[in-house]
Every structure is written in structure tokens, then in C-alpha cells.
Design a protein around this ligand. Structure first.
Ligand SMILES: Cc1cc2nc3c(=O)[nH]c(=O)nc-3n(C[C@H](O)[C@H](O)[C@H](O)COP(=O)(O)O)c2cc1C
Length: 314
């Protein structure tokens, strides 16, 4: 049976490929906002969304920062969770076996460390674990061997981190860039030169909120990371700038709450997108945005969602 062009348009092809990995939808749940995936199993059809990124995994378990860790802001939220997690070995032993039972779930493991050696050890542990599609290396951590300077804001440190992680990674390596820099295009080029197979952006923006009655910071850690709709136009601008600087795929995020937001990131140059803060307001947000994007494609006669990438008219 032949399929006519109009029939094809009615059922758009929502598949995208990032660094050789195929996703059934371009909409992926962002790290730190989707737990270890298993917590959402009864709420979201994990195999129907593009995939999800685990909480940041470190070499050893981490307790995180003092409370309060999350506050709401106008059009967004601030968090300073402090990368609390169970540690990579417990993730592999306790969570991964349950995740592997969810057919079709694309799992991306988010990796971080306070030294390059920490990151290498996390990646090596994950290398031997089954069914992980890709690593997302969070380059927004302070490098404790270099006096706390953040890897992702210093080009030589970022290059070294990426090159050494790439040398041991047996899966595609996506590098998550810090937006707290002047020239995001330069940082993306450095990551690509170091061997990154893809880049993701943005992580949260460093921010401060003060309770004027107590004169104290509203977050226990003093500063926190701003996310949600408030950051979206900056994130879209950064994705576009990165698209002019590298040829590797870009996964865009920052304030996506509606299907149109995801489309906007793709038009700016993203191959896929991630959704974070929106899951706090609606645990089904990732799936709803993925479904809505499909409807958007149908309404706009877009047969291939991948054709949206970089399609902004300037
Ligand atoms: C509560 C919370 C925890 C987060 N934890 C992580 C993390 O562990 N690793 C990471 O790379 N990004 C983490 N992020 C950043 C998000 O993955 C995402 O980059 C950012 O929030 C911007 O997207 P959004 O506006 O859709 O939330 C966290 C964000 C939030 C709100």
C-alpha cells in the first residue's frame, strides 16, 4: 500500500537522532527533575517520551545542601539541592534493574564530580552497567582541585574534563554547558574540540533572593540556580549562538512548559529538548509536551519533526 504525502503529514515522524542514539520523540525529561525515572513510572509513559536523564550521579552518595533548597520565583524557581544523590554504585544496584524493565525507556545518565578523577570513576562504573544510552556530563560543578572554579566556565579546564571523560566513555558523551559565561559559543566549541558527541544547554543561572523582613537569603546555600519560564528567552538565544559555533547536535532546555516552547528551541538550532521545572507543576508535563508537539506538527503540516532544527528565518 502506498502512503500519500497528506496521510504521512497526519502522522508526523517524531524521531530524532542525537549522537547516533534514536529517540522516539525530541522531548526528554531533564536531570534532577525526574528522579531516577522509576518514581515517575506510574504517572508518565516513560517509553512514549523521548527519554529521561537521571539525577546527577556522583562517585559517593551525597546528602546535598541545607534547607530551604527550593523556592518559587516569578515565572520560575530557584534551587540549591546540592546534587543530593544515592551515588553511582547504588543507582546501578537498586534503580537500574527496575528501569530496565520499562520497555523502550531511553536512559541518559547524568554524571558529575568535584574532580576529573571523580567523573572518570562514575563513567567507568556506568560503562559496565547495561541499557544506558548516553552520558550527560554536568560541567557546571566546582572543580575542587582548582579552588572551586567551575569546570564549565573555564575553557582549558572544560577541554581537559571533556577530553579525559571521552577517552574512557564507552557510550556517547553529551556535555551539559553552564550558562553562567559570557561566550557560550566558545564553551560549546571547546567541548566539541575535547571530543563531545553532543552538547546540552542550559543548566540553571546563578541567582540570589533575599527575604527583606529577615534580611536573610531565601535559600540555605545563599545562592541557587534559576530555572523555568523566566530563563527561556536567554536559553533560546544561547542555543542559537551555540548552533552557529558547532556542528555536533544540541539538546536545548530552559523554561519549556508548552509544546510551542519546544518547537522554538528546535527552530533556534536544537535537535532535541529537555523539560525540567515544568515537571514540578505537572508531573505529566514531559509527556503532555511531547503529545502537544506532535499535534503542533500535524496542525502545521510538518512531516518530520527533525526538519524544525535550525529553521528560524533570520
Ligand atoms: C530541582 C532541580 C534539580 C536539578 N538537578 C540537576 C542535576 O542534578 N544535574 C544537572 O545537570 N542539572 C540539574 N538541574 C538543571 C535542569 O536539568 C535544567 O538544566 C534546568 O532546570 C533548566 O531547565 P528548566 O527550566 O526546564 O528546568 C536541576 C534543576 C532543578 C530545578
Amino acid at each position: 500500500m502506498t502512503v500519500s504525502a497528506s496521510a504521512r503529514t497526519k502522522e508526523p515522524d517524531m524521531r530524532v537522532k542525537v549522537a547516533g542514539i534514536e529517540f522516539c520523540s525530541p522531548v526528554i525529561a531533564a536531570s534532577g527533575t525526574f528522579g531516577y525515572g522509576v518514581e515517575f513510572e506510574d504517572i508518565v509513559s516513560i517509553s512514549r517520551i523521548g527519554g529521561f536523564v537521571t539525577k546527577g550521579l556522583s562517585r559517593e552518595p551525597m546528602a546535598g545542601n541545607p534547607a530551604p533548597r527550593i523556592i518559587e520565583t516569578a515565572a520560575g524557581m530557584m534551587n540549591a539541592i546540592g546534587l543530593q544523590n544515592m551515588g553511582v554504585r547504588a543507582f546501578i544496584a537498586e534503580k537500574l534493574p527496575k528501569l530496565r524493565k520499562i520497555k523502550g525507556a531511553v536512559i541518559l545518565a547524568n554524571v558529575f564530580g568535584f574532580t576529573i578523577q571523580d567523573c572518570l570513576e562514575v563513567i567507568k562504573a556506568l560503562n559496565d552497567a547495561p541499557d544506558i544510552a548516553m552520558y550527560e556530563l554536568n560541567a557546571s560543578c566546582p572543580n575542587t582541585s582548582h579552588g572551586g572554579m567551575v569546570f564549565g566556565t573555564d575553557p582549558p579546564q572544560l577541554w581537559e574534563l571533556v577530553a579525559r571523560c571521552k577517552a574512557v566513555a564507552r557510550r556517547p558523551l553529551m556535555v551539559k554547558l553552564s550558562p553562567n559565561v559570557t561566550d557560550i559559543g566558545l564553551m560549546a566549541r571547546v567541548a566539541a574540540d575535547g571530543g563531545a558527541d553532543a552538547v546540552s544547554l542550559v543548566n540553571t543561572f546563578v541567582s540570589l533572593a533575599i527575604d527583606v523582613e529577615t534580611r536573610r537569603p531565601r535559600i540555605g546555600n545563599i545562592t541557587g540556580g534559576l530555572s523555568g519560564p523566566a530563563i527561556k528567552p536567554i536559553a533560546v538565544r544561547m542555543v542559537h549562538e551555540v548552533s552557529k559555533n558547532v556542528t555536533i547536535p544540541i539538546v536545548g532546555m530552559g523554561g519549556i512548559v508548552r509544546p510551542e516552547d519546544a518547537v522554538e528551541f528546535m527552530m533556534a538550532g536544537a535537535t532535541a529538548v529537555q523539560v525540567g521545572t515544568a515537571s514540578y507543576a505537572d508531573p505529566r508535563a514531559v509527556e503532555n509536551i511531547a503529545n502537544g508537539m506532535k499535534r503542533w506538527c500535524i496542525a502545521h503540516d510538518v512531516a518530520l519533526v527533525s526538519s524544525l532544527t535550525g529553521s528560524v528565518l533570520l
